[in-house]
Each structure stands twice: as structure tokens, then as C-alpha cells.
Design a protein around this ligand. Structure first.
Ligand code: S3P
Length: 424
């Protein structure tokens, strides 16, 4: 059989806007006192879910591809159920402002989202005064929120989570006084950076952040930085493909998002990044990856794992191409993402001939050679994208079930990979 020879990845690319920042930009624009204009919004289904919920709440959003004009209107009690689709960020972040909205809101999502834990957001919002119910006493959606006057709280989160932290900060915008949140590790701090850049009285001290309410932003203009989580797939594809040298510019380089870049460097990757600008408090710059020989490493620690929580699937693929064993520890949160990512990764890697084992908090990957196999993405975009990179050197070998999951965050993946192969 004639084997297709895959071409090196070269040239300079841009990736679509950051998903986390896009959700926050739409939310803050919908809560603002005047219109906003957002460019380079993430074009995936999750951010579309946020836009659609905000429209149901009365916000006017005109979207043309990656551009959006947002005209805020005072949020009214929604007459329709708010459908968050597959998007945990939509559901958890929206709950913050809805807790401060007079009236009843009902939130639901797809089958996956309805299995994800919500009590971590529900419980502190109840303490602030919202009345919230849902299946299993509020652990699972559908959720019903009766919002109203909120009282500020000080919360210590047991698990680092930007979604929970952001929901409380967004609720804190509606409470009179100081709402503070501390967490055991540094989760992404986009909400803090954006609200501070828009003039909120918000202070970060170590792992604690406090916002003083009530506060309402004015409308703003922004270009969302490229998504480092999306970039990571292309960068790892370049690292494992001989002859590659690929740059991605206009990329978000927030330190709470690029823990994976640091791990790749510790694996021997020739990966360099440099900040060139700042957008609403977010560092933006260029990153370059060249083909490298990778070695297995130990990845763990509460200071690191939250900063690469979404990149463990692609790091597991980098580990499959590395010499030796890579162990990820303290990664139990992956069991409650869009799928049980620890099991999905271990099972998928074994399907393509790589030794892998998952336990409650750990994933071990033994570097080797990919053999032909079929992997179930479980409808999880990050599992599908990671295994597409595993198969990118020999695409006839790795078949991915439920590939359409990539629409969630990165519909442009295949086109950008082809563009990099063409060296443009
Ligand atoms: C996100 C936070 C993370 C991450 C998710 C996006 C956000 O979730 O996994 O993809 O935009 O705040 P957790 O906060 O649950 O860790």
C-alpha cells in the first residue's frame, strides 16, 4: 500500500479567538451600559450558546462571522428556557448574573452538560441569597434560579475553577460590598483582567480575588486574542512532524493559560513565545514551534495543573510521541469535563497502540509508535482534536468517531492544518 507522506507544517498562522475570553466579552457587553463591538470572537458552538442565551435575556447581538455588535438591554425575566448546549462555561458563568436578576430563569443543556456537577456554583450563589433548585438538589441541570438582591460572600473554593470563580465575581458585580474568592491554585484569570481593564474595583492578592459591587461596565471595543488551547493542537502537530517550523501570531499568552507550553519545553520542545501587545489586560504575542525530539516528564502540582487543564489531551498525545513515560498527577478534574477525559484518553491511546493507564487522579502514557485504530471521542471536542493530531502523520491510521464535536471550539482546525502544510 502506498503510504501518504505528510508534509511539514510551516508558515505563520492566526487561530480563531479565545473561547474563554469570547464568553466573557459577550457577557460583559450584555451587562454594560452602552454598546460594544467585539472582533475575532470564537466561532464554535459553545460561544454561540452564550450569544443565544443572552439574546433570550433581551440583549441585541448582531453577528457576522467572528465580529459581533452587542447592544445591551436591561435583562428581563426570560420567557424561554436558556439552552446552554454543551457549554459548561455558558451555564456556570451565566448563573452569576442570573442570581442577581429579579425573576425566574431556567437553564438546561445537552445530555453531557446535564451530567456535569453544578453544586460547586449553586451552593455559593445560594449563600449570596439566590434560590436555586435542580435535579439532585441542585447538583445537575436543568436548574431553576430565582434571583434577587444579593449579599456579598467570601468563599474558599476546594478546587481551582475559573468557571466557579467567575460566576461568583459576576454575581459580586450585583451585590453591594466586597465579594471575595480564593482557590487552591491559579485558574485562568480572564474575568479579573477584563473587569479590571474596564474599570471595576477588583483586587488580586496571591490566590484571592475581591470585587467591590455594585459595578456596571461601559461598552467597549476589543479584538479577542487567539486561543492558546486551539493553538496547542497545531503546535504539537508541528513538534512531531519532521521539518516543521510553525508560528502563530496574535495569540493569547496569559500565564494562566500556557502551562502546556512550559511542559512542552520541559519535554525538550523547541517552542518559543514572545509578547507583542496587551488587549484588555490580556498579553498577546507570537509563538513558534519547530520539530523536536520529545522526552517523557512528570506533570503535576497545584500551581501548574489549573494552567493547562484543557491541554492534558494534547499533552497526552505529545507524550505518546515522546521517548519514555509521562505521568500526569492531580488531574481528577478531567473526569468531569465534557467527557471523562482520563478514561477517554487512556482508552483512545490503547486503541492506537500506546500504553496508557488512568486512575482517579493520574494518567500515565508510555511513548511508542501509533498503530492503526479507531478512537471514540465521546463527542468531546478536545479528545477529537488531540487524536486528530496523533493521526496527522498518518491520517489513514487513526479514525475518530463523533468528529463533529470539533465544532464546539475549533471548527477551523482542518483548514488551518492544511494551510500550515501548504506553508502559507
Ligand atoms: C473555563 C474554565 C475551565 C476550563 C473550561 C473553560 C472558563 O473549567 O476547563 O474549558 O472559561 O472559565 P473549570 O473552571 O471548571 O476548571
Amino acid at each position: 500500500m502506498r503510504r501518504k507522506v505528510r508534509r511539514a507544517l510551516t508558515g505563520v498562522l492566526r487561530v480563531p479567538g479565545d473561547k474563554s475570553i469570547s464568553h466573557r466579552a459577550l457577557l460583559l457587553a450584555a451587562l454594560a451600559s452602552s454598546p460594544s463591538r467585539i472582533e475575532n470572537l470564537n466561532t464554535g458552538a459553545d460561544v454561540a450558546s452564550t450569544a443565544s442565551c443572552l439574546r433570550t435575556l433581551g440583549t441585541q447581538i448582531e453577528r457576522s462571522g467572528a465580529s459581533a455588535s452587542v447592544t445591551p438591554r436591561p435583562w428581563g425575566e426570560p420567557s424561554e428556557i436558556l439552552d446552554c448546549g454543551n457549554s459548561g462555561t455558558t451555564m456556570r458563568l451565566l448563573m452569576g448574573p442570573l442570581a442577581g436578576l429579579q425573576g425566574l430563569s431556567i437553564l438546561t443543556g445537552d445530555e453531557t452538560l446535564k451530567r456535569r456537577p453544578m453544586l460547586r456554583v449553586v451552593a455559593p450563589l445560594r449563600e449570596m441569597g439566590a434560590v436555586i433548585d435542580g435535579r439532585r438538589f441542585g447538583e445537575l441541570a436543568p436548574l431553576a434560579i430565582r434571583g434577587g438582591e444579593l449579599t456579598p460572600v467570601s468563599k474558599e473554593l476546594p478546587v481551582a475553577s475559573a468557571q466557579v470563580k467567575s460566576a461568583l465575581l459576576l454575581a459580586g458585580m450585583h451585590a453591594r460590598g466586597t465579594t471575595s474568592v480564593s482557590e487552591p491554585g491559579p485558574s485562568r484569570d480572564h474575568t479579573e483582567r477584563m473587569t479590571a481593564a474596564l474599570g471595576a474595583s477588583i483586587r488580586t492578592s496571591g490566590l484571592e480575588v475581591a470585587i467591590h459591587g455594585p459595578w456596571q461596565p461601559e461598552g467597549f471595543e476589543m479584538e479577542v486574542p487567539g486561543d492558546p488551547s486551539s493553538a496547542a493542537y497545531l503546535l504539537v502537530a508541528a513538534l512531531i512532524t519532521p521539518g516543521s517550523e510553525l508560528s502563530i501570531e496574535g495569540l493569547g499568552l496569559n500565564p494562566t493559560r500556557i502551562g502546556a507550553f512550559e511542559v512542552l519545553v520541559s519535554m525538550g520542545a523547541q517552542l518559543h513565545w514572545e509578547q507583542t501587545a496587551t488587549v484588555l489586560g490580556e498579553p498577546v504575542g507570537v509563538v513558534t514551534a519547530s520539530h523536536s525530539d520529545l522526552v517523557g516528564v512528570e506533570v503535576g502540582g497545584v500551581d501548574l495543573i489549573p494552567r493547562l487543564i484543557d491541554e492534558i489531551p494534547i499533552l497526552a498525545i505529545a507524550a505518546a510521541f515522546a521517548r519514555g513515560t509521562t505521568t500526569f498527577t492531580g488531574v481528577g478534574e478531567l473526569k468531569v469535563k465534557e467527557s471523562d477525559r482520563l478514561e477517554a484518553l487512556a482508552a483512545g491511546l490503547r486503541c492506537v497502540g500506546i500504553g496508557a493507564h488512568a486512575s482517579d487522579e493520574t494518567l500515565t502514557v508510555v511513548g511508542g509508535s501509533i498503530t492503526p485504530g479507531e478512537v471514540d471521542s465521546l463527542g468531546d471536542h478536545r479528545i477529537a482534536l488531540a487524536f486528530a493530531v496523533a493521526g496527522s502523520l498518518a491520517p489513514d491510521r487513526v479514525r475518530i468517531q463523533r468528529w463533529s464535536a470539533v465544532e464546539t471550539s475549533f471548527p477551523e482546525f482542518t483548514a488551518l492544518l492544511d494551510q500550515a502544510r501548504a506553508g502559507r
